[in-house]
Write a protein that binds this ligand. Structure first.
Ligand code: DGY
Length: 330
């Protein structure tokens, strides 16, 4: 990029200071000083002007917006792992390259998955609330706050990509046996390391597991992959954890099963209609059937800075005339 005119890069959300500083140094960066998602009109206007758009998962960059984009827009460098908010096919048809920021949020998301996996059976949220809310705590009792142990249990991972594998490594260290369903089997060396069992049939795996962790991407093929019928196959003593995307699970069906006591509990970080929340989930949280987090699986300062650095590398590589490392194909 040296010596060339700096590309106009529109960044849709506030980013950590070090990332913004670097963006300002390198690009003609238009930063969003307000920490809110852009409106559709603002996004459309940005896409008319910019050489590069840096959206996040809160921007719906659909075919209609892409169609209206200005002639300069050549790159959509998303600050995200998932790209379900971008119509990658429409972008490709218009000659716009799309990139994402994989790998750097794998471990953080796996940590949070593990935290949810512990939180629900071990009644973490409920326990953490006792002392602040109950000044007359009567002390320890052998029958009080009994949760369910997780070690020795069977964990079924739906989607054994980078995050699923990182979850499996942690879970194995916590003494769970690892099972997984994926479009294809992972390398034999990975199966050996994790002592993992592959289930070609998702239905059969769901029926046999104590805990299910959803770690696949949201695509048209995974929409409601955990449908009402499939969720009903799970054992009434089983727990479900989702740190991937809300639309992979039929949320209404999940709520009904939890409400009817046909599932032991759920730990959720993602929802079907974010940021709107089904109020029935709040009622289940009040009964300690679910632990609800506000989509914070990858939310670490280090992770966000790493994501920003990846966006910068993708933009610079693109304008140096090379294929950006994190190009997403339709
Ligand atoms: C992503 O980047 O896809 C994450 O869900 C954001 O936390």
């Amino acid at each position: 990029m040296a010596g060339k005119k700096k590309p106009l890069v529109v960044i849709t959300r506030k980013l950590p200071d070090p990332v913004e500083t670097r963006m300002r140094e390198l690009f003609d960066a238009r930063l969003n000083v307000e920490d809110r998602a852009m409106t559709r009109d603002e996004l459309a206007a940005a896409m008319c002007e910019a050489d590069v758009l840096v959206p996040t998962i809160t921007d719906r960059v659909d075919a209609e917006l892409i169609e209206q984009a200005g002639p300069n827009l050549k790159l959509i460098a998303s600050l995200s792992n998932g790209v379900d908010h971008i119509d990658v096919t429409a972008a490709s048809k218009k000659g716009i390259t799309v990139t994402n920021t994989p790998n750097v949020l794998t471990e953080d998301t796996a940590d949070m998955t593990m935290a949810l996996m512990l939180a629900v059976p071990r009644r973490l949220a409920e326990g953490a609330n006792v002392l602040p809310s109950d000044k007359k705590w009567a002390g320890w009792s052998p029958t009080w706050m009994l949760g369910r142990r997780i070690w020795g249990k069977r964990l079924g991972i739906v989607g054994m990509g980078r995050i699923g594998t990182a979850v499996a490594r942690r879970a194995k260290a916590f003494g769970l046996s690892i099972h997984y369903h994926n479009r294809h089997r992972v390398l034999q060396s990975v199966e050996d390391e994790l002592e993992a069992t592959y289930w070609e049939s998702l239905d059969q795996m769901l029926a046999r597991m104590d805990i299910i962790s959803v770690n696949c991407p949201s695509t048209p093929a995974t929409f409601h992959l955990l449908s009402g019928r499939r969720l009903a196959l799970m054992q009434p003593t089983a727990y479900l954890v989702n740190t991937a995307r809300g639309d992979i699970i039929d949320e209404d069906a999940l709520i009904k099963l939890l409400h009817d006591g046909k599932l032991a509990g759920a730990g959720l970080d993602v929802y079907e209609n974010e940021p709107a929340l089904n109020t029935k989930l709040l009622r289940l949280a009040a009964k300690n059937k679910v632990v609800l987090l506000p989509h914070m699986g990858s939310a670490t300062l280090e992770g966000r800075i790493d994501m920003g650095e990846k966006v910068i590398i993708n933009i610079r590589t693109f304008f140096d005339g090379h294929r950006p490392p994190d190009r997403v194909l339709p």
